[in-house]
Design a protein around this ligand. Sequence first.
Ligand code: ATP
Ligand code: LTN
Length: 329
Amino acid sequence: MTKRVFSGVQPTGNIHIGNYLGALTQFVRLQDGNECVYCIVDMHAITLPKAPEELRDNILDVAALYIAVGIDPARSIVFVQSDVPGHAELAWILMCNSYTGELSRMTQFKDKSRGNESAPTGLFAYPVLMAADILLYDSDIVPVGNDQKQHIELTRDIAIRVNNKYGSDTFVVPEGRFLKEGARIMSLDDPAAKMSKSAANSLSRISLLDDASKIKKAIMRAATDSDGEIRFDPENKPGISNLLTIYSVFAGTPLADLEKTYAGQGYGTLKKDLVDVVTDALTPIKQSYEEVRHSEELLRILKDGAERANAISEQTLKRVKERFGLGSR
Ligand code: ATP
Ligand code: LTN
């Protein structure tokens, strides 16, 4: 049976190579043989304050990048979360079936709220909206980076809990899909932190739309260590290991081969070659992005995607509301 794949990216800024290697490359590959639904999760993006004009731009940026990296709207559904009202509706139902205790344990909430008592309620409920996104489409597979493991576990817990109470076929219990390599790309300036859209230092990341000089600057300045040995050892050599991972996934060269090729060479040589590998990989993506970003075609894709997503969402909600006894009919 064909499996349903669902995932989402927040329109919170420039998509970086971490998002690309951890998530988007999976989105593209999973299109073969599966039915894929890819969302731009704009309601997640307002859990922290966001200027409306910037949000609108960022939504279309992510949509254009989805197409530019190879998501095919003829095969996959591409849409904006807030165009489908079922996400918010199901999120409420799931909020009534999740516990404040389990949400308090989410590390992303702890990181982003930093114990701030005036953190928005939406930031706290963020993982429940994510669970709603996934369960609304009876998703089997959810391709994401490692940082989302805890949220996927929570989604499964909520689905199983509801199924136990309201019938075992209320929700499909989804599985996360994580890559062996690329699931956690680290910041270039601080390899102890994950590469992130929101980090203050823009040299900590490489965005898919960065120009050649920015790519070069970020890689050449990337933090390494002082022992001078090119070896994959994330625990003791996190900086070099991160560069080797990026190289390996972009070039499709196994880590062991890279270690052999660069044995005895300096970090400068590795970095220079990596600049070329990354620049070459991003150039065609940037070109396709430019072609589609301001096109009527992009708006048509999103409208069509929202209609197709809505049709699935309505069916699921009808079933769920019946099980819960909600509504007048
Ligand atoms: P922010 O840093 O602003 O919270 P983000 O970079 O984590 O944002 P998201 O939209 O939340 O971006 O994530 C989109 C996808 O990219 C998710 O599947 C997430 O797991 C993945 N991802 C994010 N950062 C990385 C990373 N450094 N390495 C690998 N995958 C990542
Ligand atoms: N929380 C995710 C984005 C996201 C998502 C989803 C991913 C929102 N809803 C549903 C997969 C499935 C993040 O990357 N921070």
